[in-house]
Design a protein around this ligand. Structure first.
Ligand SMILES: NC(=O)C1=CN([C@@H]2O[C@H](COP(=O)(O)OP(=O)(O)OC[C@H]3O[C@@H](n4cnc5c(N)ncnc54)[C@H](OP(=O)(O)O)[C@@H]3O)[C@@H](O)[C@H]2O)C=CC1
Ligand SMILES: CC(C)(CO)C(=O)C(=O)O
Length: 304
């Protein structure tokens, strides 16, 4: 029987990967509240210029085999509420959210299910209302904290779905380190791009924006090291290589939010860095400034 996949969050990331799964004939349902479904029905989702006919449900009859979560961090609690009837003991959950805490939150909400660690990297998806475009979907990196681990069968089942759909993926031996690498990426490029409203091209060359990005990322390395996670300078180089391949005119997810006047994921990036800096005794002055600027920006927009 074909595995049932449920996606919550039909935005840049969700519609990007969802369209690939859908085109491959994977049994995919988009889960959303009735108001969103009505809105999506009146304005179909278009991915790279092609309208995609997603199957939409407000709830499904049976638990899903795989749940993909692709909402912003601020909507995770709402997504969990929606997902509650869709998750059973056989359900595997992948969170494509950035940040390092969404899996913990999902695992606490769904102790009966398998919540793997996951991220997507090398993706440059941009959304404008119901239109999504990307030049690359990069790859989904997922697995248990250490692979292979006790949930190797569930990891293999997800890999089989991605193989069938042609979604690029990787199961690393040390997934915790990879999650922190992705966190390093976002703490740097997402926050600086959101403050200055700049696309990837500004970060692809030497200059002030790239220097501030790297300064914020070096703080992640220091905090990670204090917590026993072995990130280093080579991880910065690894990011710069990925960055060089992103669409120069595309924007990070956080810059998209900032430019559209939406709240950002700053609490998951600089906010978490400040809390971890306090816990580990590692100074995080760059992130403290980025936090202040992003919060001040949100306050100004809220008063308009
Ligand atoms: N964009 C990118 O290239 C990348 C983003 N990420 C991360 O992935 C996550 C998602 O980002 P992105 O796709 O850019 O964000 P988007 O804002 O484009 O998409 C989020 C989607 O979630 C939907 N949503 C919000 N609340 C609910 C709800 N209660 N029920 C159902 N759907 C809901 C929104 O619906 P609506 O539009 O109707 O409000 C929106 O379509 C973030 O954590 C981001 O940091 C990771 C890698 C790359
Ligand atoms: C790494 C990056 C910047 C794009 O893959 C991202 O994760 C985002 O836009 O949130």
């Amino acid at each position: 029987m074909s595995p049932r996949v449920v996606l919550v969050g039909l935005g840049a990331v969700g519609a990007g990967y969802g369209s690939v799964l859908r085109q491959a004939g994977i049994d995919l349902e988009v889960l959303a509240d009735p108001a969103r479904i009505a809105r999506y029905g009146s304005r179909p989702t278009v991915v790279n210029g092609q309208p995609v006919a997603f199957a939409m449900v407000t709830s499904a009859e049976a638990p899903a085999d795989l749940v993909l979560v692709a909402v912003k961090r601020g909507a995770l609690e709402e997504a969990i509420e929606l997902l509650t009837p869709q998750v059973g003991p056989g359900t595997v959950i992948l969170s494509l959210l950035n940040g390092i805490d969404s899996e913990e939150v999902l695992a606490a909400a769904f102790p009966q299910a398998t919540v793997l660690l996951a991220l997507s990297v090398g993706i440059d998806a941009v959304r404008d209302d119901r239109e999504v475009h990307y030049s690359s979907l990069g790859r989904i990196v997922f697995g248990e904290p250490a692979n292979p681990g006790p949930r190797a069968d569930q990891v293999a089942a997800v890999a089989a779905i991605f193989d069938r759909a042609g979604v690029a993926y990787q199961v690393p031996s040390d997934m915790v380190r990879e999650l922190w690498w992705k966190y390093l990426i976002n703490v740097g490029v997402n926050q600086v791009s959101a403050i200055i409203g700049a696309p990837y091209r500004v970060f692809q060359v030497e200059g002030e924006a790239r220097a501030v990005m790297i300064a914020a990322q070096r703080e992640v390395i220091a905090v990670a090291n204090a917590l026993g996670i072995g990130l280093g300078e080579a991880d910065l180089d690894r990011w710069l290589e990925v960055l060089a391949g992103l669409g120069p005119d595309n924007f990070t997810s956080m810059a998209q939010d900032a430019l559209a006047g939406r709240p950002t994921e700053v609490d998951s990036f600089a906010g978490t860095m400040m809390a971890l800096g306090e816990r580990t005794g590692v100074p995080v002055p760059v992130n403290t400034v980025l936090f202040g600027l992003l919060k001040a920006r949100e306050a100004v927009l809220a008063r308009r």
